[in-house]
Write a protein that binds this ligand. Sequence first.
Ligand SMILES: Nc1ncnc2c1ncn2[C@@H]1O[C@H](COP(=O)(O)OP(=O)(O)OP(=O)(O)O)[C@@H](O)[C@H]1O
Ligand SMILES: [Mg+2]
Length: 132
Amino acid sequence: MTREDIPIVADEDVVRVRQVVRSYAQRAKLSLVDQTKLVTATSELARNTLTYGGGGSAVVELLGEGRRQGVRASFRDDGPGIPDITLALTDGWTSGQGMGLGLSGARRLVDEFDLDTAVGRGTTVTVTKWSR
Ligand SMILES: Nc1ncnc2c1ncn2[C@@H]1O[C@H](COP(=O)(O)OP(=O)(O)OP(=O)(O)O)[C@@H](O)[C@H]1O
Ligand SMILES: [Mg+2]
């Protein structure tokens, strides 16, 4: 199996995302440090999907591109969307009770980061990490 679809509707689904991402990161032969970076990033994104998106789903994929392998994880919700992306990606900015470090931290921990959001429509965040 090279692709897994995980609903995110409750706390335990965040744990499930962590487990699946860890397993895929091992299969992609990411270093232990990079595995942990990706697990940390995806854990933050799954938490945001639950807290701000009102739930959604994750898709975790194993990628193969020539000699390198990677893992891509995408988090989608049909929640309120993010009105100001720059603000949301600013270290320390939160609209709630958080630390405001989830999105900005996640971006720093991965190789590719894509944020697609529309107010009233929802949010999709996609991150990728490659073996090197
Ligand atoms: N999926 C989402 N849907 C709507 N808004 C979001 C979503 N993800 C993030 N946001 C907005 O972006 C802000 C910044 O997110 P970020 O994860 O960086 O911080 P936080 O969740 O508030 O705190 P932390 O993750 O450090 O506990 C959030 O406070 C929220 O307003
Ligand atoms: Mg967060």
